[in-house]
Write a protein that binds this ligand. Structure first.
Ligand code: C2E
Ligand code: MG
Ligand code: MG
Length: 734
């Protein structure tokens, strides 16, 4: 467009030299003189003597100016004008005409001509007018180009700003938005119209206004301006943000850079507001939060993990120190979890832990923290413990919450827990000490029979360390060289003879001397070493009984204690058969002593094994009867022959009449009702004996007759049975 004619100087001022002029006049002479006139000024003129010729030339070429006479041979100048308009030619037109009517002038001017010069005219006037027209036209052209460029760059800028991944805005000096890009609507849901003219606080999360204030009010322009301030912006209520379901979708987290805007950057008083670029970092935040959450929560139960627990414990210590308060830490460990782990599938164990976690959660009060330390270990922080009783009541609540069975698919599982409790500041002033103390107390609960709670005390420490070293000593003792068996006679009052012996293990520890099974059997059960111990006990017992049978005591029965883990072994029945067979003993020699808890643990599995044993002639006795689960239902349905009344009931007998022992009489009555044999354990006094005899319980075991004896003493006892009865001051049978 006009490129060949159009040029501006360095300052952007259009130049008129070299401009091309089309002269349309039917008088060639006149036209020629005008052309020469213009040529003197450096313009280039071209002549046309008719309207049609002029239109043809205009179609082909571009001019900077048209000088048009209204009186042409073939048409009027007005018609030529119409054509020029119709062709969309923007070249300015000066009408030069002899027609002096005002009408002609007005009509021409209406059609957009630049000026109307009446013939005759002063050459100077024509030149001046022409120069002005060309200059103005060129100026307009220059403006149009600049306008076009501006428009173009504005479009690019708008495109860039709107499609930027960042929120971009400008604020006026009062803090009101006067520009926001499209991203505001995409991210926050507010349209342009909803934000323009509003104060920036409209979109800042209430809690973050203080922080946001500084950056929105930023007046500095240079590098000192605030960079990357993080805060939350509010979203319009109804906006649904993809992928933000688990997080609060009512705000987004952004980082903002802002700087001041000045009319004249060098003049501080030309402050016009500020502009800023904010980036939505919610996704990053979300990932960070998820990572943080994962780092301090147990994925299985969603409970806080060890890390978070210790953190909260630290806070509780600070708080309590300041206010002189006390609080409690509990260590909750599930009982017989090893069995659970060995018996149940992976998925079921996980499910059980989740169910346990849910029950434990129900025991919490506001402000308590329950955490999973790993495996079956949970810890509890009870910040609001006014007295020990508060902790006691929570511990009881927990124990009670676990009483009901857990349904895992088709399977019903019973589980209990041992709870150790430590108190701040009594048992430690840092988190490690408090957790450790609770842990030690928890172990004591395990050793004392599980399913209970205990508060830590100083003495536990020594015991704990003794147990710890005992565990490694026990492993070393497993080759059997430090174990011996003792045998305690079981007496039948009717026949006044020893009808059986209970096999009881003894550990002769190289340093500690004789260690009671009461101390190391629970430890062996806890550590899983028990089956290895049984693997030594049972063949050794068989060997001894086989000797006695060969000596002629061939009716002597052998009572052996088995732990739940023994019975859960795949090869439990096979091992028994093998031990008996290798020593030439028949199955009916053996009385298997189990505890009530064995029956409760893995019902199906243990019952079927016990059935197999019974089918072969072996009898099954429930040891320590009455101390475990109180349910009597299993007596009927389980393969049991005998119950052994626990010695604690016998020791409660004070008197010699049946009425003096209501519990024992009740147990004997139950046994009779279920057609079970009864053995009384821990018979120590003549009173015990007479009560039991009066109740018709004639088989007994106890110090009154004999303590557990080593093999040689037991052999002597068998050979001199009458002595036992003499010692017991029983009238010998005639
Ligand atoms: P238990 O099976 O109930 O054995 C009876 C316990 O009562 C024995 O304790 C015995 O010495 C004691 N006792 C017997 N008569 C009296 C009495 O008149 N008064 C008192 N106060 N106590 C009496 P011991 O030998 O210390 O064994 C303790 C427990 O250790 C046993 O209780 C049994 O549960 C376990 N145990 C012993 N040997 C074995 C074994 O080889 N395997 C397994 N799994 N457990 C065993
Ligand atoms: Mg026993
Ligand atoms: Mg017992």
């Amino acid at each position: 467009m006009f490129a060949e004619n159009f040029y501006t100087d360095e300052a952007g001022i259009p130049q008129v030299r070299g401009a091309r002029i089309l002269l349309i006049d039917d008088e060639p002479r006149l036209s020629e003189s005008v052309r020469q006139l213009f040529a003197l000024k450096g313009y280039v003129g071209q002549l046309c003597t008719s309207g049609s010729e002029a239109i043809a030339v205009l179609k082909q070429e571009r001019f900077d100016l048209v000088l048009l006479d209204l009186m042409l041979p073939d048409m009027t100048g007005h018609e030529v004008l119409d054509q020029i308009i119709a062709m969309g030619i923007a070249t300015p037109v000066i009408v030069v005409s002899g027609d002096s009517t005002i009408d002609a002038a007005i009509t021409a001017l209406r059609k957009g001509v630049y000026n109307f010069i009446r013939k005759p005219y002063e050459p100077e006037e024509l030149l001046k007018t022409a120069e002005n027209a060309i200059y103005k036209h060129r100026l307009e052209q220059a403006n149009r180009v600049i306008q076009g460029k501006l428009e173009h760059s504005r479009n690019i800028y708008k495109y860039l700003v709107d499609s930027s991944p960042d929120l971009i805005y400008t604020l006026d000096e009062e803090g009101l938005f006067n520009f926001v890009n499209q991203r505001f609507e995409d991210v926050l849901g507010f349209t342009n119209d909803e934000l323009i003219g509003k104060h920036y606080t409209t979109i800042v999360h209430e809690e973050d206004i203080e922080r946001a204030k500084y950056i929105f009010n930023e007046r500095r322009m240079d590098n000192r301006s605030r960079q990357n301030v993080e805060f939350r912006m509010k979203c319009k209520n109804d906006i649904v943000r993809e992928g933000y379901k688990s997080f609060d979708s009512s705000f987004v987290t952004i980082v903002l850079k802002a700087r001041g805007l000045y009319g004249k950057p060098e003049l501080a008083d030309s402050f016009q507001g500020s502009y800023g670029v904010a980036r939505d970092i919610s996704d990053r935040k979300k990932t960070e939060e998820a990572i943080n959450y994962q780092a301090c929560h147990d994925p299985l139960t969603d409970l806080p993990n060890r890390l978070l627990f210790k953190d909260r414990l630290g806070l509780a210590i600070n708080q309590s120190e300041r206010h002189g308060e006390q609080f409690a830490v509990m260590f909750v460990d599930l009982d017989r979890f090893k069995w659970v782990n060995d018996t149940l599938g992976h998925m079921q164990v996980d499910e059980l832990l989740q169910l346990v976690a849910a029950r434990l959660k129900n025991c919490l009060r506001k402000g308590d923290t329950l955490a999973r330390m790993g495996g079956d270990e949970f810890t509890l922080l009870l910040p609001d413990v006014k007295s020990k009783e508060d902790a006691v009541s929570t511990a009881n609540k927990i124990l009670k919450s676990l009483v009901g069975s857990f349904q895992l698919g088709q399977r019903e599982v019973f589980i209990s827990a041992s709870i150790g409790v430590s108190l701040y500041p009594e048992h430690g002033d840092n988190s490690d000490m408090l957790i450790k103390a609770a842990d030690i107390a928890m172990y004591h609960v395990k050793w004392e029979g599980k399913n209970g709670y205990m508060f830590y005390n100083q003495e536990m420490n020594a015991v704990f360390h003794r147990k710890l070293s005992m565990e490694s000593d026990l492993r070393r003792a497993l080759d059997g060289s430090q174990f011996i068996l003792h045998y305690q006679p079981q007496i039948d009052l009717n026949s006044q003879s020893i009808i059986g012996m209970e096999v009881l293990i003894r550990w002769i520890h190289p340093d500690l001397g004789l260690v009671s099974p009461l101390e190391f059997i629970p430890l062996a059960e806890e550590t899983g070493l028990i089956t290895k111990i049984t693997d030594w006990v049972f063949p050794e017992a068989c060997r001894q009984f086989s000797l006695w049978h060969k000596m002629g005591f061939d009716k002597l029965r052998m009572s052996v204690n088995f732990s739940p883990q023994d019975i859960e072994r795949e090869d439990f029945v096979a091992k028994i058969d093998q031990g008996l067979r290798e020593h030439g003993l028949s199955n009916d020699v053996l009385d298997v002593e189990i505890t009530e808890s064995t029956l409760m643990r893995d019902l199906e599995n243990s019952i079927s094994k016990l059935r197999d044993l019974r089918a072969a002639g072996t009898t099954v006795a429930v040891d320590d009867f009455g101390t475990g689960y109180s349910s009597l239902g299993y007596l009927k349905s389980f393969p049991i022959n005998t119950i052994k009344i626990d010695k604690s009931f016998i020791h409660d007998i004070h008197g010699s009449a049946a009425d003096d022992a209501p519990l024992v009489s009740a147990i004997v009555a139950i046994a009779k009702g279920f057609k079970l044999n009864v053995i009384a354990e821990g018979v120590e006094t003549a009173e015990h004996l007479s009560v039991l005899a009066a109740l018709g319980c004639t088989i007994m075991q106890g110090f009154l007759f004999s303590r557990p004896l080593n093999a040689q003493q037991a052999t002597e006892a068998l050979q001199n049975q009458h002595k036992l009865f003499q010692l017991a001051e029983l009238p010998l049978k005639s």
